[in-house]
Design a protein around this ligand. Structure first.
Ligand code: ADE
Length: 219
């Protein structure tokens, strides 16, 4: 899967993408991540990518023309890729979206907004708009990392044990939270591992895990 990220701040990404499973996914050629520096598409001697809003208001908006030219370049590299715009105004991103995007196997093009916003006309070149929660971040870079991480880990071969993906949170539906897990020692500062997990009784363990999952989703 090709992932292309259009951003003014490509330096924000390698720390996240070049570690752990995301690095392994690239090393195994299961994903290829590249960056398109929006600044290259800026106009004039200052390579301007932002401008003041029509109708007045604070701050600057990303201009539509550099954004669209960058998207067009990314589309030329990967014509069937899905164009994603992270925005607090998008629909809330869910595990079902990450499953759908991973299963489709199309490439992804992320468009990272910055500053106080972007010219709305760019949305004509965008397939999906996602919010990662009801709060406002300084730009689309962090949401891009979140969304890309959640898709990449579902690509077959990225995680070692395929089981760990199958059994974990959110797999059946978006509200099904994972059960609690424990490892050695059996007792830590008076805190004990639940007896049922030490019992070796698989049916009981399964029942307990199901109960605990529904308890956690009520919190
Ligand atoms: N850009 C700024 N805040 C955001 C959010 N909460 N979700 C997605 N994109 C954003």
């Amino acid at each position: 899967m090709k992932i292309q990220i259009i951003t003014l701040f490509p330096d924000m990404f390698p720390g996240v993408f070049n570690a752990s499973m995301l690095w392994k996914a690239q090393d195994r050629k299961l994903v290829e991540i590249s960056y398109i520096d929006l600044r290259q598409f800026g106009h004039g001697p200052r390579k301007q990518v932002d401008d003041t809003p029509y109708g007045g208001g604070d701050g600057m908006l990303l201009k539509v023309d550099p954004l669209v030219e960058a998207i067009e370049l990314a589309k030329k590299n990967d014509p069937t890729a899905v164009v994603i715009l992270p925005t607090p105004r998008g629909k809330t991103y869910k595990q079902s979206d990450s499953k759908r995007l991973a299963a489709a196997q199309n490439g992804l093009i992320f468009v990272c907004g910055r500053y106080e916003g972007y010219d709305e006309r760019v949305t004509n070149w965008v397939d999906e708009q996602f919010s990662i929660g009801n709060y406002v971040l300084t730009g689309g870079e962090l949401p891009t990392m979140v969304i890309a991480d959640s898709v990449i880990r579902l690509i077959p071969g990225v995680l070692g044990g395929e089981n760990s993906v199958e059994f974990e949170s959110f797999q059946q539906d978006d509200n099904n939270i994972e059960f609690p897990q424990y490892t050695r020692p059996e007792e830590f500062r008076g805190l004990k591992v639940p007896d049922v997990l030490l019992s070796g009784h698989h049916a009981e363990i399964e029942k307990w895990r199901i109960q605990e999952s529904s308890k956690m989703s009520e919190k």
